[in-house]
Design a binder for this molecule. Structure first.
Ligand SMILES: C[S@@+](CC[C@H](N)C(=O)[O-])C[C@H]1O[C@@H](n2cnc3c(N)ncnc32)[C@H](O)[C@@H]1O
Length: 351
């Protein structure tokens, strides 16, 4: 399985919870953005796979190898693919496509080079076994073969979940320009520790990803989705309709700098993804927004309640809390990959 780097442990736990010991052997391995598990049996695999909320892709691992980062790495990829059992799955009667990804520094080759070399290797392996090559079909392949190079490791797998990543939930009909990956939203919800019968507020909810994921996870949380922008708030409503959770979310047009002006409840959880400010290009304005938001969030949060935030401005958030003398204690912090950045998810508890 693949996921966003930084939430692999949560995916591993979800996998254990959904599949259980009956299906999983105990040796689960975790790499950067990957969780590799051995299944004792594959019956009901699809039924269980569909329940995973933190995975991006689920695949059948065909080959895993350490490869070089210089141009010789391309030959390492080719040799490993030729030695792999890929020709048991791709035959002259099936069409296939390679989807290549590369992450990490120091590679002399690009993902396009990886795809080209891997494609050649698959064709060679199939020809060696059957005497005929398979057909490449880039748009609608019957078999999607992924070749991911993550630093020095190559993972080759056949997608078991189609060509689209599972983080593309079908409900996102309004595409917010700075939307959070639903898998990361779900990770924030799990890390916050929220449970049924609690009140959650996302005071900068954009397209509604966090309240929607919460509403999909819990029967009985009260979910409040607030944004200052009515276009985004209407978009969040549309997404909630598509997700089938419109009746479980309250939508509020309001300003996060004065939450109490629009939301009368004292809440158990504030879980939010404020603007990062990278695109706004005005660090002072964004810092002022953060400061006013934290002061306002503190008033709306009950004692014992949690503030869970994802931001690249984690040092600034700490500084604001300290300067204001707020009794918000950090109880969790982790780095995650999101949109080419490494923001942190931080959970604070109001003491
Ligand atoms: C990074 S986006 C949130 C994206 C959201 N998590 C999603 O997945 O769609 C930040 C949101 O904060 C909202 N925002 C900015 N300033 C605000 C303010 N003062 N009060 C409330 N919302 C604000 C923006 O309109 C934007 O929708």
């Amino acid at each position: 399985m693949t996921t966003s780097p930084g939430i692999e442990d949560l995916l591993e736990q979800e996998l254990r919870d959904i599949f259980g010991k009956e299906y999983l052997s105990s040796d689960i391995r975790v790499g950067k953005g990957r969780v590799i598990a051995r299944l004792r049996e594959v019956s009901r695999l699809w039924e269980k796979t569909r329940l995973l909320t933190l995975a991006h892709r689920v695949g059948l691992l065909i080959s895993k190898a350490i490869i070089r980062t210089n141009m010789n790495g391309l030959n390492d990829i080719k040799n490993n693919i030729i030695l792999s059992p890929i020709a048991e799955y791709v035959t002259p009667n099936t069409t296939f496509a390679i989807r290549a990804e590369r992450a990490g520094i120091g590679h002399e080759y690009t993902s396009i080079d990886i795809a080209r070399k891997a494609g050649e290797a698959v064709i060679e392996a199939v020809k060696a076994k059957y005497g005929l090559p398979p057909k490449v079909e880039l748009d609608y392949p019957q078999i999607v073969v992924h070749v991911d190079v993550i630093e020095k490791e190559m993972y080759m797998y056949i997608s078991l979940t189609g060509d689209l990543s599972l983080h593309r939930r079908g409900y996102r009909i309004y595409d917010h320009p700075a939307a959070l990956k639903p898998t990361i939203a779900k990770a924030m919800i799990l890390l916050s520790g929220i449970h049924d019968n609690e009140i959650l507020l996302d005071p900068m909810c954009g397209g509604g990803t966090i309240p929607i994921e919460a509403a999909l996870t819990f029967e009985n949380t009260t979910n409040i989705c607030m944004d200052i922008n009515s276009r985004h708030l209407n978009g969040a409503r549309m997404n909630a309709i598509a997700a089938g959770v419109i009746s479980k979310i309250k939508f509020v047009l309001g300003d996060t700098r004065n939450i109490g002006g629009s939301v009368s409840e004292i809440v158990d959880h504030i879980i939010t993804n404020p603007p990062y400010g990278i695109r706004l290009g005005n660090p002072r304005a964004i810092r002022k927004l953060y400061k006013d938001f934290i002061l306002s969030a503190y008033k709306t949060l009950r004692y014992g309640g949690k503030l869970t935030i994802i931001t690249p401005e984690y040092n600034y958030v700490d500084a604001v809390i300290e300067a204001a003398g707020m009794t918000l204690r950090k109880i969790h912090e982790r780095k995650v990959a999101h949109g080419g950045l490494y923001p942190r998810i931080i959970v604070y508890e109001k003491k």
